[in-house]
Every structure is written in C-alpha cells, then in structure tokens.
Design a binder for this molecule. Structure first.
Ligand SMILES: NC(=O)c1ccc[n+]([C@@H]2O[C@H](COP(=O)([O-])OP(=O)(O)OC[C@H]3O[C@@H](n4cnc5c(N)ncnc54)[C@H](O)[C@@H]3O)[C@@H](O)[C@H]2O)c1
Length: 373
C-alpha cells in the first residue's frame, strides 16, 4: 500500500513509519518538525527507505498531491500538551482542528482517495473516564472534572453527585465526550470532523484513543508532556522527582511497540465504519509506582517529593477497557511496564542530556493560575 503519516517524524509516527516500511509498504511522512519536540535545529531524519516531507499539516489543502494515490492515511500531527493547551488555545485549536480540516480538503481534492483515515485520538476525550460508586457497585458513572475548590482542598478523588468518593474502573468507548482541557476538546473535534467527512468522501474513519504512550524514541526535550521522559531527564542530572497531588493518581502506560501493533492491525482489518477503539495496557499504575519502577530501571538514586501541587485540566485516573480492540483487531498488549521501562532507560541513557525545563513549564502554568500550591 501507499501510506501517508502526518506527524510522521514524531515519537509514534517514526516507529509506525519504520514498521510499515518493514512490512513492504510505501510510506510518506509529513511533519513540520516543531521546535518544542525537535529543538530549534531538528536532528531527526526519516528512517531509511521512507520519504519525508517537511510541511505544516494546515497547508495540506494546498498539497493534495501528497494524499493523491494513498490507500491509507494515519493522522498523528498534533500539539499534545494538556496543560499547555489551556493557555496556547489558538495554537492547539489551529494545529489540531484546522490541520484535520486541511487533511479533509486535501482528500477531497485527490483523484485517488484513501480508503481509510486512521486517527490518533486520546483517552483525554473521556475526561475522568469511568468510575463506580461504592454505594452503587456495577453502575458506571462519569464524574465531572474536579473543581478548583476541590483540588485546593486536596480532595483528589472524583466525587459522585452525593459527595461520595468514586472508584476508577476500565473506561469503555461508549462513554460520552467530557473533555477537561482544550487539548482533549480538539481531539474530540478531530474525531467528529473525520466521522462527518468519511461517508461523503468515501473513506472509513478508524479512531484510536491512546492511553499514555511511552518508549524508545520519545521526545526527551518536551517539558510539557510525557512524564517518563521528564522524570528520566531530571533523574539522570541528579535532580529530585516532583510528584503532583498525593502520587496515587494513576495512568495506563502503554509501550510504543504495542501501539504500533494496534495501528498496523487496523490497516486492513475487517472493521465497521467509524470503529472507535481504546489502545492501552489496560492496567492502572499510580505515579508513585511508575517512579519507583523508572528509578529502578534507570539505576537512579534521587529524592522523590510528593508535592501536593496540581494542574488544572489533569484527570485523576483513567485506564482502558480493551474489549473493542481485542474483538476487532485481536489486539493484546505484550510489553510489561518493567520491561518497557528497562528498554526506555537503556535507549534514553544513550541520548544526549537535555536541559531540564520542567521548572520553566511549571512557572508558565503558575503565572496563568493553572497550577495549584
Ligand atoms: N504519546 C501519547 O501518549 C499520546 C496519547 C494520546 C494520543 N496521542 C496522539 O498521538 C499523536 C502522536 O503523538 P506523539 O506522542 O507521537 O507526539 P509527538 O509530539 O512526538 O509527535 C507529533 C508530531 O507532529 C508534528 N507536528 C506538530 N504540529 C504539526 C503541524 N502543524 N504540522 C505538521 N506536523 C506537526 C511534530 O513536529 C511531531 O513530530 C498525536 O496526535 C497525539 O495527540 C499521543
């Protein structure tokens, strides 16, 4: 097949591009090489045997030739920082939503249109995701985002309507959108745009909602997202690890190899129009557990501080219900967190040391009242 990957020189795009090439497909990576991810002078190059075009995804409408003849498009280009999206609102809406609009226009103008457009969406569209109440076990609830007053009182767990602390359960895809950040809202919008355009333009939209993806090749210089990279970068410089809230907040950390397995399985699997699938490890890991494992894998001995700070827009817990991806793609995550972190640390330790800019990113949030304590 001929396949285009937008955002193809990013973390997930490069790994996907290599795998598609190895499977014998013709691959074009389209990427603007943003300085936040790639530095002021990008060092990244396309994997051997893969074509790369430096282009802002918002300019794709002027380059329908890039889409013309493609059988499948993976749409990965995006601004990805949850907290940063709360103050760089126009930039996030522009790249993520107008970028998707430009892709749709390019498809409309192409002679041979892709049969599938596969979107990298995010679990952030669920907001807090699925919970149950100890008072009504078995009933799925989707709590509203935690309020500033609740966070200021260090009441970390989401609350039910009667004020009861709720318990997180695996989040299924049929939960409605409840974005708690601008980033999340733009990912929901990307899904809606592609779903709306697909039937008219003759492509099948396939929506993946990723949990927290980590692994070799992840940007080590972006202080706005990717806690594993951020913490690794601090630990290797002997700096302490600051953990927000009480450290018991949890995420579903999934290794890049598993994500690429799922993305590649969607190339030609027999799946219904508009199929929407979570991709994750399906396991909740608290940030404290993550840090313990990361420090062990990296052989670091640095102080760990649970700070009680919090960021507006952060969720408390979310982990994936993988039933759909298992049923439609035969997806099964294979890389355990321990072995994935061992591999990440071995790779990251061989990379140049980058300036730690976490304090700068935190100061930006604080200046905009987006950071508590
Ligand atoms: N990594 C995760 O944990 C995660 C989780 C959920 C969803 N996602 C989604 O997966 C996709 C890929 O994420 P990633 O982790 O590889 O991020 P990344 O930042 O490593 O890669 C994104 C790439 O997009 C490029 N890009 C940004 N703006 C662009 C523009 N205007 N035009 C062209 N290219 C542009 C960047 O240069 C970068 O190479 C994103 O859509 C993201 O929202 C990622």
């Amino acid at each position: 097949m001929k396949i285009m990957v937008t955002g193809g020189l990013g973390f997930i795009g490069q790994a996907l591009g290599r795998r598609l090439r190895d499977l014998g497909h013709g691959v074009v990576l389209v990427d603007s090489l943003t300085p936040q991810i790639h530095g002021a002078v990008p060092q990244v190059s396309a994997p051997d045997g893969v074509e790369a075009v430096r282009l802002d995804v918002r300019d794709l409408a002027e380059r329908p030739d890039l889409v013309d003849g493609c059988d499948v498009v993976y749409h990965l280009a995006a601004e990805t920082g949850t907290a940063q999206s709360m103050y760089r609102v126009r930039e996030y809406v522009s790249v993520n939503e107008l970028g998707t609009a430009a892709l749709i226009e390019a498809i409309a103008a192409a002679g041979h249109r892709p049969a599938r457009v596969i979107l990298a969406s995010s679990r952030s569209v669920y907001g807090e995701g699925a919970y149950t109440s100890p008072k009504q076990p078995g009933m799925l609830l989707q709590p509203a985002p935690r309020t500033p007053a609740q966070l200021a009182a260090s009441r970390w767990e989401p609350l039910g309507p009667d004020g009861t602390e709720l318990v997180a359960v695996a989040t299924p895809e049929d939960l409605p959108f409840m974005p708690g950040s601008i980033y999340a809202a733009t990912k929901a919008s990307q899904e809606l745009l592609l779903r709306a355009a697909g039937p008219a333009l003759g492509f099948k939209p396939v929506i993946f909602r990723f949990q927290n993806v980590y692994g070799e090749g992840q940007s080590l210089q972006n202080p706005y997202t990717g806690i594993i990279s951020i913490f690794f970068n601090r630990a290797r410089q002997g700096k302490d690890i600051p953990i927000y809230e009480d450290g018991l907040e949890s995420r579903d950390f999934v290794h890049i190899d598993d994500i690429v397995d799922g993305l590649v399985a969607a190339l030609d699997a027999d799946i219904p129009d508009g199929a929407t699938m979570n991709l994750g490890a399906g396991v909740a890991t608290s940030v404290i557990q993550l840090v313990d494992q990361l420090l062990m894998s990296g052989g670091f001995d640095v102080p760990v501080r649970v700070t009680g700070q919090y960021r507006v827009g952060d969720i408390r817990h979310c982990f994936a219900d993988l039933t759909q991806a298992r049923r439609l793609l035969g997806f099964e995550p294979k890389v355990s967190l321990a072995s994935g972190l061992d591999r990440f640390c071995a790779w990251a330790g061989s990379q140049p040391v980058h300036e730690d800019r976490l304090e700068q990113a935190t100061a930006e949030l604080r200046a905009r009242n987006l950071m508590g304590k």
